[in-house]
Design a protein around this ligand. Structure first.
Ligand code: UGA
Length: 440
């Protein structure tokens, strides 16, 4: 069969990356979004978020003539053979469940123009059962009726590694309801599969579940080591050494076992909550009840970081100057969604501290959401006259800070390393009081 033409609906983080990478891999791609501004920026060669390597690939894709953008679902339906749904599923306000408004709206808007055989492929992270529900919606709405099929292809890309994870992922998962859908997906990922990337073909529900199960497992691993950090704190043990010793056991492995301030971002926190909400609906809430603990352990890390800063500030942060290094939820990203760093900085501010933040990429986003905080021009600038410095996001440039140079500008040589990013011996040798979660 012929090489499919692809549309990518939703040009946020996931969709823009997918559209750009697929065009670079040789497909004709049409990116679709209701946000005219976003579409205009992408069409002019500008990636609207921070992602290493992506701007260069966008230029390359646009120059190839294989990538275009539109706000028209009618155009998308006429153009595409395989339509990827990449819109967001944020946490609902006032509930733990996923907000399906964008998925339902985009599938509905596309379906009403589908007049010929096509495959609609969900990539968004959704409550299990969504694909079955959307199959019914699509077949009812599309003029082509049963000619339109639905499939699920969960996405596992990490921010900061989006290009690498799209071009050569650890695995591909195709949730399909027919051999035709599988063949179309194989054709749509032919260059990726040709590199030997493992493929698992499943039914629709299993494919939806793989994504939430994977993110829940990763969240569990992080909270597990952070729970051990709590125990270490009560006993004088060192969680960093503990994690390293555990990691030698290949059954456990060292990845995602980095203790510290815990997980944030637009995925892990909301995905475990949505999974709990969906499991409750399905009558199996007990099976994933442990995720409540995982969430709780994660939240406690933020509170404990605030406590450590308070301790170093002499028991009260009111009126004290605090330098907060980091705002993004992780390094190599400008994403501040549910960022532990800004949560801690905001709490310290509410407690009366004068907080000055610096982040290499997320300053604009942070200023928009936290106008009450002060912002520095560099790590050293933020640290000027600070009573306590707290490292909240482990950017490489923070790891490389010279403790002597920073000592020269601060008022008090006290640092809380919220991400286990610094060498305690080096900082202590430079005269600093160094404290980290789960470390003596
Ligand atoms: C996560 C998953 O890793 C991806 O596989 C998935 O595709 C994505 O969610 C998604 O659902 O779209 P991402 O949110 O980009 O990716 O970030 P991660 O690298 O997973 O980090 C999540 C958080 O965990 C960060 O705040 C990070 O600082 C924290 N973390 C990570 C730790 O505290 N310790 C670790 O050992 C690892």
């Amino acid at each position: 069969m012929n090489t499919p033409r692809l549309t990518v609906i939703g040009t946020g983080y996931l969709g823009a990356t997918h559209a750009i990478c697929m065009a670079v891999l040789g497909f004709e791609v049409l990116g679709v979004d209701v946000d005219e501004q976003k579409i205009a920026r992408l069409a002019s060669g500008e990636v609207p978020f921070f992602e290493p390597g992506l701007p260069e690939l966008l230029t390359k894709a646009l120059e190839s003539g294989r990538l275009r953008f539109t706000t028209s679902f009618e155009e998308a339906a006429a153009f595409g053979d395989v339509h990827f749904i990449c819109v967001g599923t944020p946490q609902q306000k006032g509930s733990h469940a996923a907000d399906m408004t964008y998925v339902d709206a985009s599938v509905g808007a596309l379906a009403k123009h589908l007049t010929r055989k096509a495959l609609v492929v969900g990539k968004s992270t959704v409550p299990v059962g969504t694909a079955a529900r959307l199959t019914a919606l699509v077949k009812e709405t599309a003029p082509a009726g049963d000619e339109v099929e639905l499939a699920w292809n969960p996405e596992f890309l990490r921010e900061g590694f989006a290009v690498e994870d799209t071009m050569k992922p650890d695995r591909l998962v195709f949730g399909v309801a027919s051999a035709w859908a599988e063949e179309r997906l194989r054709a749509a990922f032919e260059p990726v599969l040709a590199q030997g990337v493992p493929l698992k073909v499943t039914d629709l529900a299993t494919a939806e579940l793989v994504k939430v199960a994977a993110n829940s497992f990763l969240a569990t691993k992080i909270s597990y080591i952070n729970a051990m950090a709590e125990v270490c704190e009560a006993t004088g043990a060192d969680v960093s050494d503990l994690a390293e010793a555990l990691a030698f056991d290949t059954r456990i492995g060292g990845r995602f076992l980095r203790p510290g301030l815990g997980f944030g971002g637009g995925c892990l926190p909301k995905d475990i909550r949505a999974f709990m909400a969906r499991a409750e609906e399905l009558g199996v809430g007990q099976a994933v009840g442990f995720l409540r603990e995982i969430d709780g352990i994660n939240q406690r890390r933020r509170a404990r970081t605030v406590d450590l800063v308070t301790e170093l500030a002499g028991g009260d942060v009111a009126g004290k100057k605090i330098a907060a290094l980091g705002a993004a939820f992780k390094p190599d990203s400008d994403d501040i969604r549910d960022a532990p760093a800004l949560d801690v900085a905001g709490t310290l501010h509410r407690m009366g501290a004068e907080v000055t933040v610096f982040d290499p990429a997320a300053m604009d986003n942070a200023k928009r959401v936290h106008p009450e905080l002060a912002y520095g021009k560099s790590a050293l600038d933020a640290a000027r006259d600070a009573d306590v410095v707290v490292l909240l996001t482990e950017w490489t440039e923070f790891r490389r800070i010279d403790p002597a140079a920073m000592a020269a500008v601060v008022a008090g040589k006290s640092i809380v390393d919220g991400r286990h990013a610094l060498d305690p011996a080096e900082w202590r040798a430079a005269g600093w009081e160094y404290r980290a979660l789960g470390r003596p």
